[in-house]
Design a protein around this ligand. Structure first.
Ligand SMILES: [Cu+2]
Length: 347
């Protein structure tokens, strides 16, 4: 009996420690700040903007307060279990205590202080993070669509989709909106989650601290292909960003605007939904395709942008993305071949 008791006591004291140890190991494994693996950019324990670093600071503070309390409470518990355990053949109960005003006051007031420690930095940062952007911030109108993201750069006068480019070290003023259902914009290492909703513009401002490519994802259920609504944030040097923006602004040259490729595009009714600047295609239902050939992915980060995937997409969008708002246009293989090489030429 005694042997049984002492081994339970050992287990009891080892359990929480072991859990804490394993949790630490897991956390350390997560925190690979300089990884080049793109999937790691969904790791919420690493921040690469002023916004996410501030959030992680608060998170860190709360984590250490909690760790301290955990150890304190478990320590008292283990102490009580060991100290007041039944010894030998003891049959009588120890003295039973009912009500202790001091202790009850103590454990009511202490949590109030602990919650204040958590609430003060959290609430004050919520307000800070809503502060208006600086004058030289780069403004991007980000619109959630079913199921892709439209990015408009009013300061430069162009639109793109699913690949948001921003410069490192420069504030970005994202104006989040939707003209359909509610979506949410979330690039874990650069921004907080924030809703994109109809009839209201929400803001996120952030300054990325280094160049790199970061994954993002719609974070508010928005029907069929919600899980396939992804995006990338490409953080460039200021110089590369300006080069990219200047190029995005250019439409296709006049000669190309009359090419056989564009004729196929027009003939297959693509012009009813897509814009290619420099041509007569000006519709805004689907993504702007002016520079679609220069994007690394299509269909909101779901497919790599290559010939096979473009073919699969044009053959039947719904097979790639259930519920897709781009219809199956029953194109012939020949039409697809012409359209794919045209799309790839739109760099
Ligand atoms: Cu969505």
């Amino acid at each position: 009996m005694l042997a049984f008791r002492s081994s339970t006591a050992r287990l009891l004291s080892a359990g929480p420690l072991l859990t804490a140890f394993v949790a630490c190991l897991l956390l350390v494994g997560c925190g690979n700040a300089d990884s080049t693996n793109i999937a790691d950019s969904m790791n919420t324990l690493v921040g690469h903007s002023d916004l996410t670093k501030n959030i992680l600071d608060i998170y860190g503070t709360i984590f250490w307060i909690d760790t301290f309390l955990f150890i304190l409470v478990q320590g008292v518990l283990i102490y009580a279990v060991l100290k007041f355990r039944a010894r030998g053949d003891e049959k009588t109960l120890p003295e039973q205590v009912h009500g202790n005003l001091q202790m009850e006051l103590g454990w009511t007031i202490a949590p109030v202080f602990i919650l204040m420690l958590i609430a003060i930095p959290t609430v004050s940062f919520i307000f800070e993070s809503q502060a208006p952007a600086g004058k030289d911030a780069i403004v991007v109108n980000a619109t959630g669509k079913q199921w892709w993201f439209k990015f408009g750069y009013p300061g430069y006068g162009f639109e793109t989709a699913n690949e948001l480019h921003v410069p490192a070290g420069r504030q970005v003023d994202l104006r989040l909106q939707s003209d359909n259902v509610i979506h949410a914009f979330w690039a874990p290492q650069l921004t907080a989650k924030r809703d994109m909703m109809p009839g209201r513009v929400n803001h996120i401002t952030f300054t990325a601290d280094r160049a790199g490519t970061y994954l993002g994802q719609c974070a508010e259920y928005c029907q069929d292909s919600h899980a396939l609504m992804k995006f990338r944030v490409v953080v460039d040097s200021l110089e590369d960003f300006e080069k990219w923006a200047a190029h995005q602004k250019e439409g296709v040259p006049e000669a190309e605007a009359k090419s056989a490729g564009f004729e196929a595009f027009q003939g297959a009714t693509c012009v009813a939904c897509h814009a290619i600047s420099g041509t007569s295609a000006q519709a805004a239902i689907g993504p702007n395709l002016t520079h679609v050939g220069s994007r690394t992915h299509i269909a909101a980060g779901v497919l790599e942008n290559n010939e096979a995937n473009l073919r699969a997409w044009l053959k039947n969008p719904d097979a790639v993305k259930p519920g897709s708002k781009m219809p199956n246009l029953n194109l012939s293989d020949e039409q697809i071949t012409t359209l794919v090489s045209y799309l790839q030429s739109l760099k």
